[in-house]
Design a protein around this ligand. Structure first.
Ligand SMILES: Nc1ncnc2c1ncn2[C@@H]1O[C@H](COP(=O)(O)OP(=O)(O)OP(=O)(O)O)[C@@H](O)[C@H]1O
Ligand SMILES: [Mg+2]
Length: 581
């Protein structure tokens, strides 16, 4: 592509030289015979140029679009590989603007800028060389007129780089803001805060506007100053060229070639301004994309994990022995650990309910099992193997989760459920939906084919939870982690789900976060999480009898002994005083 472009512009430069020959030989000698081959050469050059330009554009479109797609795929793949903590730290709008605006900025430069940057530099060098060949001092003089251009370019590049980075970051912030406002539109409307939201948005978009205006101002000044050089060069050529002709140092044809070639420099020099501007934008865009690509995923397969022999089949009896051994976990940047030496053992096939005050670290504990985050101390073992020594894919094939905020994707109910088991049969999907008591699916307009999630049928909180539960059940994992899976269900539906789950959970080791006595009934044992450790394990009845903190969590009207929640750090002061009343 670049070779075609370089040959094409070289052909263009040759035309003034033909003109020179026409004037200095054919016209001077009045010879038509000499004119014919020159005319044919000029036509051939024109045809070659047209052909090469067509070829360049044709190759360019495919190459550039392919490159954009490759970067986009790499970026998406990398976002999937990066640990969950990365996504906590990055605003979604910043990721979005990188995957869209920044990528198209790079494509624009790659499709246009790079080629012309090279051909323009080539044109300039060849023309100056030919000019020096025609008349060395006039050629050098003309070349020197353009020298300040490079200084201008360097200065502009630095200033423009800062502004374009600012503009791209601000656009990312704006994208985050718009995305949040769209997602939270009900909250904004119900609180009557549209006016404030609009004001805040226009303040942010005002910043983007100002940066863009500053960019345009800088660009305008730079481009205008670039116009000066070629015009000054033409003045120099006309004045000194005429002198050179009168001193017999240059032929008339040579002067015409000189002027035509200097005119050929106008566009490349002017375009340099545009090319440098888009190049600088593309450079900052690439820098922003590399900030993601250069982030190493923190949770990966260890060398030990990759060397492990094949794992026992998921359905193997007696598998699913999950042990938390002195587990410590602290969120990056948090001053205090959430879990401080937690011990808990789940025997194969056992269901343990995890109970603890809000904010005590239940969800945090659950996410450690599929290694969405790694423990900062201690270890978690599955069937005697540290989970960090298992290949991630194998670990996650054995563990399934239903999280607190039943996230569904923009797809049909069936597709959402089959995220749990992509190869599952239709019967298995229906059975999972039935176990989760998601019978409402049959009443949806297109049954299990109804699109849900964004831009689809809106489901109620409890309906979403049941679809998410079916998804986890369909995975038929060895270890099932349920984070308060029935919180949005009424007591009767909850009882039905609980009964169905008891069947499903037969072979499966399950850790179920529960807030309500009815969910706790599901479990073989109950573990009470407080102060970052498991403070008690036992049956629901035992704990009710022996653990005042458990009694307090399970029933609002239980009397607390002295030194209750304040001392054991179980509940927030507000909750505690409510209970005391
Ligand atoms: N991504 C995070 N980064 C930093 N701190 C976090 C993060 N997620 C949770 N925390 C903190 O960790 C603590 C435990 O949170 P966690 O979500 O595990 O509580 P929980 O027991 O599940 O509460 P709930 O019953 O309300 O769901 C809280 O103090 C919370 O502020
Ligand atoms: Mg939670």
């Amino acid at each position: 592509m670049i070779i075609a472009a370089v040959i094409a512009v070289t052909g263009e430069i040759a035309i003034p030289l033909l003109t020179k020959s026409v004037i200095d030989t054919a016209i001077k000698h009045g010879s038509v015979r000499q004119l014919v081959p020159l005319a044919i050469a000029a036509m051939a050059l024109g045809a070659m140029q047209a052909g090469l330009n067509f070829y360049r554009r044709w190759v360019q479109a495919g190459a550039v679009t392919g490159m954009e797609r490759a970067i986009r795929d790499d970026l998406y793949h990398h976002l999937q590989v990066l640990h969950a903590g990365f996504h906590d730290q990055w605003q979604s709008g910043q990721l979005l603007s990188r995957a869209t605006t920044d990528l198209s900025t790079i494509r624009r430069f790659a499709g246009f800028g790079i080629v012309f940057l090279i051909t323009n530099a080539w044109t300039f060098l060849v023309i100056v060389a030919v000019l020096i060949h025609l008349n060395w001092w006039l050629g050098l003089l003309t070349g020197c007129v353009f020298a300040p251009v490079s200084y201008l370019c360097l200065r502009f590049e630095k200033k423009y780089g800062v502004l374009s980075r600012r503009a791209q970051d601000q656009q990312g912030d704006l994208a985050t803001y718009v995305e949040e406002a769209a997602g939270g539109i009900r909250v904004l409307k119900s609180l009557g805060r549209q006016r404030e939201a609009t004001a805040q948005h226009s303040a942010q978009s005002q910043q983007v506007y100002q940066t863009q205006i500053a960019k345009a101002g800088l660009r305008g000044a730079f481009w205008a100053s670039l116009d000066v050089a070629p015009n000054a060069a033409i003045g120099v050529v006309l004045l000194f060229g005429a002198l050179a002709v009168s001193w017999h140092q240059l032929t008339i044809g040579g002067l015409v070639a000189f002027v035509t070639m200097t005119l050929l420099l106008i566009w490349p020099i002017e375009a340099t301004g545009f090319i440098i501007a888009t190049g600088q934008e593309a450079a900052t865009a690439a820098q922003r994309i590399y900030e993601i690509l250069d982030t190493e995923p923190e949770i990966t397969d260890t060398p030990a994990a990759l060397q492990r022999p094949a794992l026992p089949a998921a359905s193997q009896a007696g598998a699913g022995h999950l042990v938390f051994d002195d587990v410590v976990f602290r969120y990056p940047g948090a001053p205090e650990p959430v879990l401080r030496g937690l011990n808990l053992e789940l025997k194969p096939g056992e269901t343990v309910a995890l109970v603890g005050a809000t904010g005590s670290g239940k969800s945090t504990l659950l996410q450690l099992v599929p290694r969405l985050a790694d423990v900062t101390g201690g270890s978690i073992t599955l069937d005697g193997v540290d989970i960090r020594d298992l290949p991630l894919a194998a670990l996650r094939a054995r563990v399934a989760c239903a999280f607190e905020d039943a996230t569904l994707f923009s797809a049909s109910v069936r597709e959402n459920v089959s995220y749990g088991g992509p190869e599952a049969s239709e019967e298995a999907i229906m059975a999972a939906l039935a176990a989760a008591q998601a019978d409402f699916v049959a009443d949806l307009p297109w049954g299990a084919d109804t699109r849900i999630g964004e831009q689809g049928m809106a489901l109620s909180g409890g309906q979403r939870q049941r679809v998410a539960l079916a998804r986890a059940i369909l995975a038929s994992p060895q270890v099932l982690l349920l984070d308060d899976p029935l919180s949005a269900l009424d007591v009767h539906t909850e009882a039905k789900v609980t009964a169905a789950l008891a069947d499903v959970l037969g072979e499966t080791t399950a850790l179920v976060v529960a807030h309500r006595p009815s969910t706790v009934q599901l479990a073989d044992r109950v573990a009470l999480l407080s102060g970052g450790v498991i403070v008690a394990v036992g049956s629901h009845k035992e704990l009710l009898a022996t653990e005042p903190r458990y009694r307090h969590l399970m029933s609002a009207d239980a009397e607390l002994p002295d030194g209750g929640p304040h001392d054991n750090g179980l509940a927030e002061p507000g909750l505690a005083s409510g209970a005391r009343r």
